[in-house]
Ligand binder design. Structure first.
Ligand code: MTE
Ligand code: HPA
Ligand code: MOS
Length: 799
């Protein structure tokens, strides 16, 4: 066995390696490359394991008149078939509000909605039995579009507004008023690992659940509720996910619940792994939004007031839509001071699968509306869009803009009353403008376009200001558990889950930093509800902020005991003990330094009966928000960034390429620059995919047609920008006391992909000397771009 202190070299009398701030590789990187990282489907199957298939509704909206499952029950290999009548406990598994039946009782609300579930000896046998069900439906009229839902006022949750000042009055007094509407489609998560849960009944009537979920605690609670048992009988473990992207915040739970119900009835282990097709049809995606704005501004393009409506297509149930549409509303300003604003969010009900969390959580659909507005203002005034963007940034003061008392408007209060305290974007944009040579390239592109009949280039710089915190206050807490063993090795566990974002390595680096020991002495362990309980989902980009702090708190508690012991042992005071270079150092009264290797020290401390493990907890300070008044400080701080995208468009076919991307992102003092850059690259590409190639298509009766990789195109390696430059903003620690002054990175850069969409519109607009803003919904597929080209040609012909 390798000991940490057995040879001189291993005494590690040198600065610890792998602390926070260093670019350490992802904790699973080598295992993922070698194929030895274990996902739920890779776990050795227990003997007698049964496999699940689910029968779903064939209609978007219908009543079940009758159901005959006898042929299903008799099919080869089938061991158990259940309907809602076989659920001993709760039948509704809605995460926040009711509306999500675990199995439909009578009214079906989307195609694919689970009605019955089968456990069979093999997955193939379960799948084959599904088609044998005899179900008679009474068809009802479905609502399949936002337009229809808006017309019928058909909502999953009440409408809600934010208001600052008097937007109508400001619009009536503005020199210029323009308006537009815009539709942006949803997005399939397309995590590489599909949804899965394996459950094993325990001897105490409970369940051990192995799942791919961002929210183990919610899975634990819902499994307990459907089985009608107490929460303490259910254990949930998540070692890692092969991607989640928000799609496993609530959508993993139904699989765990259905598998648990079947395990409860059969007393056998049950595995429920969805095929890709089922996953795409049966689980929620990003919300499509139908948005519109009306904005008033002066001759310089400074916004005086705006009325913005955002209407999210929520699908059949509330799920997380209240908070998601709220976040779209919170981000409808993006980085710009709207001054007088009325922002209203609608939560439209449709008979499609319930839409859910997806990277940005509604924020992107708000941000893109603000960016659409910026481009339109610029073209209306004949200015460069970047000029208009910079003028309207929060915190940029203008002599002409004054408050009623005559003083200059600080222009730093959002429409929900939060002050933007750390103004990052003016400086960040000016650095990016320079490093990307925006103005030089703008001139070159104008020249190119003037001399090129059909190929047109486009350029756009768009910023992002993203609010960090769950907007539901109680979720902003975390717990951790740290164990120090007698060979000096350490285990850390916390409530956050690993989905590829690098949370585990970042938290391990926090622990390494606290004890000043090498990162390779720290073992991260699977997230488990029996190690840290009552956890929040790993979401809202808050994983490292919350769990990093909780782990640090646990370390500080352990260190306090160690320090007390070391001081007593060395006859010195506690302030003379420090952790340095893999050692514990005591400075005696006479100034002599006693260096004890960390491993040796822990052995001694144990022998002296010092506790070497602790839990830790953290709750985000300063945040509050009153949803009734729409005012408060929902976000602890903002993460900022900007990107410049350049594209080339073939105006004969609408085809295009993203040729160069420059990004500058504010991550505060980075916990791990390599991981952060990876997050930014991935987020940009995912955002670009949402707005360019990822085209969800439903049939007229509500059936998803783009239900596999052949019909739904996520960005591939060939879509990577040819020239891709990503940098972190330097020397800009978070103004707030986050974990070592870092900032969240998971979601914010997703919205940098908006610059690719804006650049496409810029390229088309060049055909009309940049004086016309072509309508261009998203995703801007080649067909959509070609349509924008045709609209632009029509505009030229008519003017
Ligand atoms: N990165 C990878 N590789 N895989 C993922 O599933 N999810 C994103 C982001 N980055 C995701 C990812 C989303 S939606 C969120 S909210 C954050 O990671 C969650 O992790 P964090 O809070 O630890 O950043
Ligand atoms: N972001 C992500 N997930 C969430 C949030 C949020 O703001 N609130 C509840 N779940
Ligand atoms: Mo991320 S959408 O908050 O899981």
């Amino acid at each position: 066995m390798r000991k940490l202190i057995d040879v001189e070299d291993n005494k590690r009398m040198r600065p610890a390696k792998g602390k926070t701030g260093e670019s350490m590789k992802h904790e699973s990187a080598a295992k993922q490359v070698a194929g030895t990282a274990v996902y739920v489907d890779d776990m050795p199957e227990l003997p007698n394991t049964l496999h699940v298939a689910v029968g779903g509704s064939q209609y978007a909206h219908a009543f079940i008149k009758s159901m005959d499952l006898s042929a299903v029950e008799k099919a080869p290999g089938v061991v158990k078939v259940i309907t809602v009548k076989d659920v001993p406990g709760h039948t509704d598994i809605g995460p926040v509000f009711p509306g999500d039946p675990v199995l439909v009782e009578s009214e079906c609300e989307y195609i694919g909605q689970p009605i019955f579930a089968i456990a069979a000896e093999t997955h193939e046998q379960a799948k084959a039995a599904v088609g044998l069900a005899q179900i008679q439906y009474k068809e009802l009229e479905p609502t399949l579009t936002v337009d229809k839902a808006m017309k019928d006022q058909f909502f999953v949750r009440p409408t809600h507004s934010h208001q600052r000042g008097d937007a109508d009055k400001a619009l009536s007094e503005s020199e210029h008023v323009i308006s537009a509407d815009f539709y942006v489609k949803g997005q399939e998560h397309f995590y590489l690992e599909g949804q899965i849960s394996t459950v094993v009944p325990t001897e105490d009537g409970g369940m051990d659940v192995f799942t791919s979920s961002q929210h183990p605690t919610e899975v634990q609670k819902l499994v307990a509720e459907v089985l009608d048992i107490s929460i303490n009988k259910v254990n949930v473990e998540v070692r890692r996910m092969g991607g989640g992207f928000g799609g496993k915040e609530t959508q993993a739970a139904p699989l765990a619940c259905i598998a648990s119900l079947l395990a409860h009835h059969t007393k056998r282990p049950v595995k429920y792994r969805m095929s890709r097709g089922d996953d795409m049809i049966m689980t929620g995606k990003r919300h499509a939004f139908q948005n519109d704005y009306k904005v008033g501004f002066n001759e310089q393009g400074l916004i005086q007031g705006a009325v913005i409506n955002v209407a999210g297509q929520c699908g059949n149930s509330p799920d997380l839509s209240d908070a998601i549409v709220d976040r779209a509303m919170f981000h409808s300003d993006n980085a710009y001071y709207l001054n007088n604003a009325t922002i209203t969010g609608y939560r439209c009900k449709t008979h499609t699968v319930s839409a859910t969390a997806y990277r940005g959580f509604g924020g992107p659909q708000g941000v893109i509306t603000a960016e659409l507005m910026m481009d339109d203002i610029a073209r209306h005034l004949g200015e460069d869009p970047l000029t208009i963007r910079k003028r309207n940034l929060y915190g940029v003061k203008h002599d002409s803009m004054r408050l009623e008392d005559g003083s200059i408007d600080p222009r730093n209060e959002t429409h929900y009353g939060q002050t933007v305290e750390q103004e990052v974007l003016p400086e960040l944009i000016s650095q990016l403008e320079e490093s990307s040579e925006y103005w030089k390239r703008r001139e070159e592109i104008k020249q190119f376009n003037a001399n090129s009949a059909f190929l047109k280039k486009g350029l756009a710089l768009t910023p992002v200001k993203f609010g960090i915190s769950f907007t539901v206050q109680f979720l902003n807490q975390a717990g951790a558990l740290v164990h120090v063993y007698t060979d000096g090795s350490i285990q850390v566990n916390h409530g956050g889950t690993e989905m590829g974002q690098g949370l585990y390595v970042k938290v391990a680096q926090v622990v390494a930093n606290e004890f000043q020991v090498d990162l390779d002495t720290i073992q991260v362990t699977a997230t488990r509800t029996d190690k840290v309980s009552n956890t929040s989902p790993t979401a809202a980009s808050s994983g490292s902020d919350l769990n990093g702090m909780a782990a640090r708190d646990a370390c500080l508690r352990i260190k306090a005991g160690m320090i007390k012991y070391a001081a007593e042992l060395n006859g010195t005071s506690e302030d003379k003990i420090r952790f340095e270079s893999n050692h514990v150092v005591a400075v005696k009264a006479d100034g002599e330094e006693v260096w004890t290797p960390f491993a040796e020290f822990t052995q001694n401390a144990y022998t002296a009966r010092v506790p070497l493990f602790s839990s830790g907890h953290y709750q985000t300070p300063k945040i509050h928000y009153d949803r009734n008044t729409g005012k408060g400080r929902p976000f602890y701080y903002f993460a900022n960034g900007a990107s410049v995208s350049e594209v080339i468009v073939d105006t004969l076919t609408g085809e295009y390429k993203v040729t160069r991307v420059d990004i500058l992102q504010d991550v505060g003092a980075s916990l791990n620059p390599a991981i952060d850059i990876g997050q930014i690259e991935g987020a940009y590409i995912q955002g670009m995919g949402w707005l360019t190639t990822e085209d969800l298509v439903w049939s007229d009766n509500g059936r998803l047609l783009s239900n596999g990789p052949a019909t739904y195109k996520i960005p591939a390696v060939g879509d990577t920008p040819i020239d891709f430059r990503v940098k972190l903003m330097e020397q800009l620690p978070n103004k707030e006391e986050t974990i070592y002054r870092s900032k969240a990175v998971g979601e914010p850069p997703f919205m940098l992909g908006i610059s690719a969409w804006s650049a496409l519109r810029d390229a088309v607009s060049s055909m009309a000397e940049y004086k016309f803003s072509p309508p261009m919904n998203a995703p801007a597929t080649p067909e959509c771009v070609l349509n924008a080209v045709n609209e632009t040609r029509k505009h030229i012909a008519n003017s």
